[in-house]
Design a protein around this ligand. Sequence first.
Ligand SMILES: [Zn+2]
Length: 256
Amino acid sequence: MDDKNGDDKSKTVYSEININGRNGDDGAYAQVTSGAQSTYNQCPAISLDGSIWPMKDTRRRKDETEREKAERLVKLSGAVKTMLECIGEDPDRKGLQKTPDCYAEAFLFFTKGYEDDLHEIVNGAVFNENHEELVITKDIEIFSLCEHHLVPFSGRMHIGYIPNQRVIGLSKLARIAEMFSRRLQVQERLTKQVATALSEVLQPKGVAVVIESSHLCMVMRGVQKTSATTITSCMQGCMRSTAKDREEFLNLLNRK
Ligand SMILES: [Zn+2]
């Protein structure tokens, strides 16, 4: 169901969901990760106020004033000018005069997910619904930046979940995908963060996230495998434990 289209039986249950990511007033963040230990969940996979991990500068960017925003742009633009000098270009030649400012703005857009807040995204769009069958949204386009090379990777994300009396507005799935992909990422972590965010918000019976993408750092440099696709998946709850549920999801994904 779409969140703009709530019917009479639907009821917003957002207020019942404990979505506070913080412990008390000290600014520390609750651990919200579940699942097997991996490289990434030594730290929480997500924090619900929008930062990946408790990084103070993520919060600073979200909360900054217009003046601080302007200062950030000037600083970033200066760094881009330095990059141009470092590659042997002349940042003062005509074609490049505006490039540092343009790139600084673009780079902030590419990473705008740091300013998103899961709480704000899902607010009002979680509904009580007596539906316990698989829900899938396929082919959500994603654009992200590889955190090792700051080079784009892009592709498609598929999200499925089996509700436990709670469903989320479908457009919100794409917004959650956007929130986590518009950051510096590795594909594995992005996959897991979206799955974990949905688990936290909906407490569903199961969640599955699959990403198929192409990494420019593989295509343009290094091994130069132009047609290589990287597929990652993260299954939680019954999608992980029950073969039947997982197969239903994968079969529906593969159907053209
Ligand atoms: Zn890379």
